[in-house]
Design a protein around this ligand. Sequence first.
Ligand SMILES: [Zn+2]
Length: 198
Amino acid sequence: MAADPTAPSVAPDEAPSRLKAGNERFAQSKVSEGKPVAARRAETAKDQHPFAIIVGCADSRTAPEIIFDQNIGDLFVIRTAGNLVDDYALGSIEYAVDHLGTRLIVVLGHERCGAVTAALAGGSAPGHVNSLVRDIQPAVAASKGKEGDALTNAIHENDAEVADKIRKQAQLGELAPQIRIVEGYYDLDTGKVEWSAK
Ligand SMILES: [Zn+2]
C-alpha cells in the first residue's frame, strides 16, 4: 500500500477496469469478491486507500459496494438522492483525493431515479425535497426535447452536470490533472453499469 498519502492508491488505468470487472461479476451473479469482510477489515482497520470515489444516488437499490462487487476499504462513497453534490460532498471528494490517493471519480446515475422523476414532474416539492428538485431542474430543462425517453435523458444530463460541477468546483490543486471523472448509468433490471464515453 502507498506510504505517501498523496500517491495514487492504484494505477490510474486500473481503477476503471476494477469497477467494470466487479460490475460484471455482480450482473452475472458469479461468486462475489465483496465477501468475506473479516480479512479486509483487518487489512483496512488502520489505513484506507480506496481506488474510486463514487457519487451515487441514495436509492436503496444502487449500493456501490454491492453493484461493483467491492469490499470495505475499496470505495469512497458519497450518496444523496439524485447523486447531487453540495459543499459537503465536494469537501469529501477533495479529502479522498488529497489524503487517500483516490484518482477516479464516478458520477453514478441510475434507471428510474425518483429524484429526477420528481424534478421532471415540475413545480416545487415539500420541505427539503425541493432543494433536490430545484438542483435537478436545470438538467431537465437542458434535456428537454431530445430524442428518446425524457426521464432517461434527464438522468444522463444530470450526471453530466454533476460531473461538470465537480470538474469546476472541486479544489484539487496540482492533483487535478491526474483526476479522471466518468459518468455511469446503472440499469436496475440488468444490474449492469453503462459508461459514458469520455
Ligand atoms: Zn435515484
